[in-house]
Design a protein around this ligand. Structure first.
Ligand SMILES: [Zn+2]
Length: 218
């Protein structure tokens, strides 16, 4: 940082504080040559590219773009699946608190995957189901006996148990450790063509979830 009085390039920072909106840092500096003091403001506005890795393997890479008004950001990315295929996604996030820059709290409003994960669901041992996700080479098999079955790939839960609560209704309970984080009630319509699932609980960020999802049988 050049001194505005004598143009010397070395200074010491004597005070740093975050700006009012949380996206600037105000620094009080003292020139090491002439000893005069000046203030700089640094904007925190660069989060252009992010790569998420696991065990040295790139899981996904994404580019964040902040809207001109600072209120929404768009994240475009590519995920890499273990079978070598990729999955493009777009997430639009809305600022829920904080100032005009990157700082603050964001909430996702719109998530689009160009190739949603395919699940193969099969009957399992008479009264249960197997969920197979070919892209992740992962299979979850469980009986509807209310026992906890370990799951992988869910950010918010370690185990899932499922029991029947009616002729057409099953209820799933997802736990992280001993704590119930989510319950899912899934009801098949009388004609068997749609299934309505109601998710109630908390997501990986601890936010309340109450989602009703209607699936059409294909
Ligand atoms: Zn100076």
């Amino acid at each position: 940082m050049k001194c505005p009085f004598c143009a010397h390039v070395d200074d010491k920072v004597i005070d740093s504080r975050e700006g009012r909106t949380g996206d600037t840092i105000r620094r009080r500096r003292e020139c090491l040559k002439c000893g005069r003091r000046f203030t700089t403001y640094e904007r925190i506005d660069e989060i252009p590219y992010m790569v998420i890795k696991k065990d040295g393997r790139v899981l996904s890479s994404m580019t964040h773009t902040l809207a001109a008004d600072g209120k929404t950001q768009t994240i475009k990315g590519t995920g890499n699946k273990p079978d070598g295929t990729t999955d493009d996604f777009t997430v639009v996030m809305k600022k829920v608190s904080g100032g005009s820059g990157w700082g603050g709290t964001w909430e996702d409003t719109d998530v689009k995957f160009t190739s949603p994960d395919e699940w193969e669901i099969q009957a399992y041992e008479g009264d249960g189901l197997s969920f197979n996700t070919p892209a992740y080479k992962d299979t979850l098999s469980m009986k509807f006996d209310g026992k906890d079955y370990p799951v992988t790939g869910l950010p918010y839960a370690d185990t899932v148990s499922v029991k029947r609560v009616g002729a057409d209704t099953i209820q799933g309970t997802m736990k992280k450790g001993d704590k119930v984080v989510m319950t899912v009630t899934s009801k098949v319509s009388k004609d068997g063509k749609t299934r309505t699932s109601t998710f109630v609980g908390k997501d990986a960020q601890g936010r309340d979830v109450h989602n009703v999802v209607v699936y059409d049988k294909q």
